[in-house]
Ligand binder design. Sequence first.
Ligand SMILES: Nc1ncnc2c1ncn2[C@@H]1O[C@H](COP(=O)(O)OP(=O)(O)OP(=O)(O)O)[C@@H](O)[C@H]1O
Ligand SMILES: [Mg+2]
Length: 462
Amino acid sequence: MGKKSERILVIDDEPGMCRLLETILGEAGYQVVSFSNPIQALKAIERDSYNLVITDIRMPKVNGMDLLKAVKTSSPKTPVVLITAHGTVESAVHAMKLGARDYVAKPFQNDEIRMVVEDVLEKQRLIEENRRLKTELASRYQFGQIVGKSPKMQQIFQLISQLAQSDATILIQGESGTGKELVSRAIHFNSSRNAQPFMAIHCGALPETLLESELFGHIKGAFTDALKDRKGLLESAEGGTIFLDEVGDMSPPLQVKFLRFLQDHEVRRVGSTESRKVDVRVIAATNKNLKREVEQEKFREDLYYRLAVVPLHLPPLMERKEDIPLLVEHFLDKASKKSGKADLNLEPKTLQTLLDHNWPGNIRELENAIEHAVALSTDSHLTSEHFPPSLFEGSSYPDPSSLEKLAYREAKQKVQESFEKTYLTKLLNRAKGNITHAAQMADMDRKNLQELLKKNNLNITE
Ligand SMILES: Nc1ncnc2c1ncn2[C@@H]1O[C@H](COP(=O)(O)OP(=O)(O)OP(=O)(O)O)[C@@H](O)[C@H]1O
Ligand SMILES: [Mg+2]
């Protein structure tokens, strides 16, 4: 923002001082509005917006402090500079504590006031720029409910907005918990179909015949339980999107029927000879490697290519660990809203543990871990002990290359310590926390085991 457009409000009960400031600052290129009546000034502050307010401290009726408070309430981001008479520097210091940005003592040199104003406005520009960047970053790293700053996720954000503009059939592949359903919803809700239904169906959850009638519908009498005509999900999703989850689990006969649907977009209800056209966009997902299923002849090649018009691969969390801090923040925010616990924060050491974990369950596992921790926390500070112990398994063996640099005794002790901790944690998990059981499994004396647990800070309440 250029100087010329910056507006300054001046308040001083002496009209002469108002004129003087108008002249000095006007010559410096600012737009200056002045009031010798503070009540009128207050109204102006509420009505218009200013880049800076300059006010005298000592005035009858409404003084500079009152004005400062009023500005802080009605326009908290607007900086305030105070003008103090000789000998009232103390109140100026007090005012700084209340949020004034700076002060100038009377009598002042023209240059002096110009410099203070220039300084304050320069700093204000920086603050605003920072704020703008921050919100921009927040929106750049988030696509609806999907969070990610890694290049891989940034690419996916872009792909989602492109795919939302088209009707192409999409195959989303990725391990369990990588966000396949979330992404498919984002595509639908950013598309022109968003006012029409999004229907999801899990292809592995139903027996073949049920899945068929679920998808295509049936007519009365088509099978024993078909008491009346019923339309399937494809028809119900008319104009919208159907999400075929775990498409790899579709039986071969149904694969043929679905392929036919993708070719002509016609639905024939089970038992019927009539077909009807439906306009539905198809998004399919699987956590299997569908190409390999094709090679192993478990999935039809022609259907694979029809589905994978646009293939979209969601990388495992392991491959985008730089997203973890942002995801943690996102889930903490979500959990704090749900639980009513405010300002949840994570010990840096614990965040490191989360970064070190290899997340076989991907983002779902991370989300659950955070929910677990929030549920167990007693205040807003989360530490390792609040997280599921499984997160700490296996990752605690020291790195061999770091050991070589240590003295033999030290290295040996380190390995022993980490061995004990890992072994005992796994043992306790297997024994579901039951010490007697654990002692039996480890072929150890119960008392010795208890002592070892204590030494490793693995106290459990029995
Ligand atoms: N990038 C992300 N940002 C925020 N939340 C995410 C992200 N990815 C996944 N999630 C959340 O993680 C959970 C799992 O995601 P989703 O159900 O989409 O995974 P999925 O790939 O369909 O898993 P599955 O194969 O097990 O069905 C959901 O609660 C989802 O909201
Ligand atoms: Mg899913």
